[in-house]
Design a protein around this ligand. Structure first.
Ligand SMILES: [Zn+2]
Length: 70
């Protein structure tokens, strides 16, 4: 599975909202910039929304990733 599929599957299977840093930690995709690039790519494809909300993992107000239409 490619990293982009790993990120996509994870977000698909979770109801929680995760920032790029926590996705990087949980999915072990390093550096964090790679997660950032993947999420921006998914956003451009219309699969993800990115907005500032409280992250479910680190509880900070950050740019989180969620499914489009969720
Ligand atoms: Zn977080």
């Amino acid at each position: 599975m490619s990293n982009i599929e790993i990120v996509q599957n994870f977000i698909n299977s979770e109801n929680d909202l995760y920032c790029d840093d926590c996705l990087s930690e949980k999915l072990d995709i390093k550096p964090r910039q790679q997660v950032n690039q993947i999420c921006n790519k998914l956003k451009i494809q219309g699969l993800l929304k990115r907005e500032v909300k409280q992250c479910s993992s680190c509880s900070k107000d950050k740019l989180i990733n969620k499914l489009e239409g969720f």
